[in-house]
Design a protein around this ligand. Structure first.
Ligand SMILES: [Zn+2]
Length: 234
């Protein structure tokens, strides 16, 4: 069990298979995503990241939070209508340089979300945006000053473009080091998220990576208190 938060799910992409051109492993079909949310809502309450971070430990096992990384156009086109219809809170981590641009992927080009789409989603109080950096580069591989710029400038640009406070950071590729963590704190973020992580504090929080192979049974396993101890054995 995550010592600091309720479990936090990490999604990347939701769209029909025929449309998909990014990492196939990380895409869920709309039907698959809808089934996940329905399953989660039957057993748990889906809460905002703020609530997941604030919930006292006694209620954490009953709560779960939903996040999206990268900021693909399909987050707006396919995931958001489902989130909106089911009144599900979600945090979307945007990669600033890719907003309004296509991602280059091994399977071809794939559209990023546009600023207009992000603004439309952002009018829903259940949607929050976080930063996934300026350029999706691996921060520990950069000079510390360059990494700090990715962290601080992405926050400033998103706040300027979206007119809302950006409180959370998601490390591109889940990768961070001590200097990156310090830069996140210095930039004024309240928390930062990785994938598999040591979960030392609020700036190194882990999330459960969801893949297309996660049916509701595997999703349930990944949310169980046994998941992280077992994960270490894999
Ligand atoms: Zn990413």
């Amino acid at each position: 069990m995550n010592a600091f938060t309720a479990p936090i799910l990490l999604y990347h992409s939701v769209c029909p298979d025929r449309d998909f051109r990014a990492s196939a492993r990380l895409n869920l079909t709309p039907e698959g995503f809808r089934a996940h949310l329905a399953h989660l809502k039957r057993r748990l309450s889906i809460v905002s990241l703020e609530r997941a971070l604030a919930a006292p430990s006694a209620v954490r096992p009953r709560a779960v939070a939903v996040t999206f990384d990268d900021g693909y156009g399909d987050t707006f086109r396919w995931a958001w209508p489902i989130l909106r219809a089911t009144r599900t809170p979600a945090t979307v981590f945007l990669t600033v340089s890719q907003v309004g641009r296509e991602w280059e992927t091994p399977r071809g080009r794939y559209p990023g979300i546009s600023w207009a789409e992000a603004a439309e989603m952002g009018r829903d109080p259940l949607v929050e945006f976080g930063s996934h950096g300026l350029s999706h580069r691996n921060l520990p591989a950069l000079a510390p000053g360059e990494a700090a710029r990715e962290i601080a400038l992405s926050k400033a640009l998103l706040e300027e473009k979206l007119g809302r406070a950006v409180r959370y950071f998601s490390y591109p590729h889940g990768a961070w080091n001590a200097a990156n963590k310090a830069a996140v704190a210095a930039a004024g973020y309240q928390a930062a998220f990785s994938v598999i992580s040591r979960n030392e504090d609020r700036f190194s929080l882990r999330r459960v990576l969801v893949s297309r192979y996660d049916g509701v049974f595997r999703l349930r396993l990944k949310l169980s208190p046994l998941y992280w101890p077992l994960r270490r054995l894999w």
